[in-house]
Design a protein around this ligand. Structure first.
Ligand SMILES: [Zn+2]
Length: 223
């Protein structure tokens, strides 16, 4: 199975740094079209299927542009998707990196999240505040991992089974905390496919950058 990582599905604003985190909606649509043509179907983060022809679409951070620019395309091609939410910043903006990126990117509010859930999108946790987990005091790190799960569950009324490490930053202790507080799997930023023998708490993904053309995208997904 291949897990794809997306951030913003939108045209980057002029002042934004690191514009490759934005993928234009047209390009996103072409990618899902290609996946469908190549015979891929999509899995759920909570219960995935490890076949070679399986993709899992993941969206980090819970940006508001998901609703308008990603959801209709995901639905059109009958794919599934998982969005990782920063639980204390719901309805706010990317407080963790807006200075570095020179842009405030708005995050979905609770109503938005309830709406996309109704449309079949799965929700996972991306901590409370998007810190570098290995740099925190262990107590604080546990809070970020455990309380974000609780907060999302209390607010949304579903079990939150998937976790995503902010910045892909984790170590063995962090990984073990994620498992011990009740998540079923966790996603990293390490590049590669996910295979049967791999640790479900260190799932590798393929990051889709905005400057990737459709051939590179296809190559990455197939090989
Ligand atoms: Zn993130």
């Amino acid at each position: 199975m291949k897990v794809l990582t997306y951030h913003n599905i939108d045209t980057p604003p002029k002042e934004a740094k690191l514009k490759t985190l934005y993928l234009k909606p047209k390009k996103f649509q072409r990618q899902l079209w290609l996946l469908q043509r190549l015979g891929f179907s999509s899995s759920s983060a909570e219960k995935f299927n490890l076949s070679e022809k399986e993709v899992l679409l993941t969206f980090d951070d819970g940006y508001k542009d998901f609703i308008e620019n990603a959801l209709p395309v995901v639905k059109k091609y009958r794919f599934r998707a998982t969005v990782f939410i920063v639980a204390d910043l719901v309805g706010k903006y990317n407080k963790w990196d807006w200075r570095k990126l020179n842009v405030k990117k708005y995050l979905m509010d609770w109503k938005d999240i309830e709406y996309i859930m109704k449309e079949g999108i799965e929700i996972g946790s991306h901590t409370l505040t998007h810190p570098f987990l290995t740099q925190l005091d262990p107590k604080e790190a546990i809070k970020e991992i455990e309380y974000s799960k609780k907060k999302l569950e209390d607010r949304l009324g579903v079990e939150i089974k998937s976790f995503c490490y902010p910045y892909g930053d984790y170590n063995e202790q962090i990984r073990d905390v994620v498992e011990s507080v009740g998540y079923k799997n966790a996603f990293t930023t390490k590049e590669g496919p996910f295979e049967t023998e791999d640790d479900p708490f260190q799932i590798r993904r393929l990051t889709v950058f905005g400057n990737m053309d459709i051939f590179r995208f296809g190559w990455k997904v197939v090989f």
